[in-house]
Design a protein around this ligand. Structure first.
Ligand code: TRP
Ligand code: SF4
Length: 333
C-alpha cells in the first residue's frame, strides 16, 4: 500500500514561480511514489475572501489549469475541490470541541496573519472572523478526512501541521484510536525570493512572475529585476550572490551557471546580456507549460471532468474516515 499524501493550495490567484519552485515542482515527483490528493482549498480561501466569491470561483479553474500545466497528472493523482467534500466540514465541527480559543490564537501562523490584517486594515482585530481564526481546525480536517499521513508544506505551515497532530492525539485519547498523526514533508526550497529581492515572492507584494505571464510581461519583469546595486557600468565586476538575476539563473538550473558566476565576478558580463540570457531560459521553461495551458483552456470540459473525478475519489476516502469517526464518537445512529 502506498502512503497517502494530502496537501492543498488556496485558489486566490494564478501560480507563480514561487509556488512552482517552492511546492508544485516537488508534487509532480511525489505523484509517482505516493497516493496523492491535491486539494483546491476553496473553503479555506473563502475564510478571508468570503466577500469575493467570484474571485474564488474563477481561481478554482485557473489554479487547476495551472496545476495540470506543470505536470500534475490526473491519472496518477487526485485533484479535488474542498467544498465538494461535505465530510470535511462535518469533521471540522467535531474537531472544534477539541481546540481551545487560546490555542488557536497561539498558533504562530494564525498570529502572524492576524497581525498582517491589523496593519492592512488598521483595525484592532475586531473584524477577524471565527472562520478565519479556526482555519487550522478545518485544515486538520482536510488532512485527516483523506487519511493523509504525509503533508508536503513550506515552513510557514508547520504550526498548522503541529496543531493537526495535537487534534489527532486528543481525538484518539478521548474517543479511542481512530486517526493517524500526519507527518510533514518540508519543501527543500520553501521560500522563493521576489524579483525585487524581497524575501518572498507573493501576489500581494507585486514581485511575482506568473506561469501564465506572456513573453512581453516576462521580458519586462526580468529587465526590472534587482541586480548588484554597486554595478554601474557594463564591465564593473559585481557580486552575483546579491543579484536576483543570478538567483533565478540558479533556480531555473541554467547549465551555463558557472560561466554566469565567473563572468559576473570578473566584470566580463553586462547585466542586460545576463538578463536576456535569463529571459531565454525562462521562456524555454515556460513553453511546454504554456502549451498545456492552451490545451486546457480550449478543453474546459476536460478540466471539469478531472475535478469531478478526483473529487469523487476523494469523497470515498472521506466517507470511510467519517464512518470510523462517528463510530468512535458514538454518533453512528
Ligand atoms: N494553508 C495552506 C496554504 O495556505 C493550504 C492548505 C489547505 C493546505 N489545506 C491544506 C496545506 C492541507 C496542507 C494540507 O498554503
Ligand atoms: Fe546580476 Fe548578471 Fe549583472 Fe552579475 S552580470 S549583477 S549576475 S545581472
Amino acid at each position: 500500500m502506498k502512503k497517502t499524501i494530502l496537501t492543498g493550495i488556496r485558489p486566490t490567484g494564478n501560480l507563480h514561480l514561487g509556488h512552482y519552485f517552492g511546492a508544485t515542482k516537488s508534487w509532480v515527483k511525489l505523484q509517482d511514489e505516493y497516493e496523492c490528493f491535491f486539494e483546491v482549498a476553496d473553503v479555506q480561501a473563502l475564510t478571508d475572501n468570503f466577500n469575493n466569491p467570484e474571485k474564488i470561483r474563477k481561481n478554482v479553474y485557473e489554479l487547476t489549469i495551472d496545476l495540470l500545466s506543470v505536470g500534475i497528472d490526473p491519472h496518477k493523482a487526485h485533484l479535488f475541490i474542498q467544498s465538494k467534500i461535505p465530510e470535511i466540514a462535518e469533521l471540522t465541527i467535531f474537531y472544534s470541541n477539541l481546540v481551545t480559543m487560546a490555542r488557536l490564537y497561539r498558533n504562530p501562523t494564525v498570529k502572524t496573519e492576524i497581525a498582517q490584517k491589523k496593519t492592512l486594515f488598521g483595525n484592532d482585530g475586531e473584524s477577524v472572523t471565527y472562520g478565519f481564526v479556526g482555519y487550522p481546525i478545518s485544515q486538520a480536517a482536510d488532512i485527516t478526512a483523506l487519511g493523509g499521513t504525509i503533508v508536503p508544506v513550506g515552513e510557514d505551515q508547520l504550526p498548522l501541521i503541529e496543531q493537526c497532530r495535537e487534534i489527532v492525539r486528543k481525538f484518539n485519547t478521548i474517543y479511542g484510536v481512530t486517526l493517524q498523526e500526519p507527518e510533514y514533508l518540508l519543501s527543500k526550497t520553501p521560500r522563493i525570493k521576489g524579483l525585487d529581492g524581497k524575501d518572498k515572492m507573493g501576489k500581494s507584494l507585486g514581485n511575482a512572475l506568473y506561469l501564465n505571464d506572456d513573453s512581453e510581461t516576462v521580458t519586462k519583469k526580468i529587465m526590472n529585476a534587482i541586480t548588484d546595486p554597486n554595478k554601474i557600468k557594463k564591465d564593473d565586476p559585481a557580486n552575483p550572490e546579491i543579484c536576483m538575476v543570478y538567483y533565478y539563473h540558479q533556480l531555473i538550473e541554467n547549465p551555463n551557471l558557472e560561466t554566469v558566476y565567473t563572468e559576473c565576478k570578473a566584470g566580463s558580463r553586462g547585466c542586460v546580456a545576463c538578463k536576456k540570457e535569463l529571459i531565454t531560459k525562462i521562456e524555454q521553461f515556460l513553453t511546454p507549460i504554456r502549451q498545456k495551458r492552451k490545451y486546457y483552456e480550449d478543453h474546459q470540459d476536460e478540466v471539469i471532468n478531472i475535478l469531478n473525478q478526483g473529487t469523487e475519489e476523494a469523497r470515498i476516502r472521506a466517507q470511510e474516515t467519517m464512518k470510523q469517526v462517528k463510530a468512535s464518537m458514538k454518533i453512528d445512529y
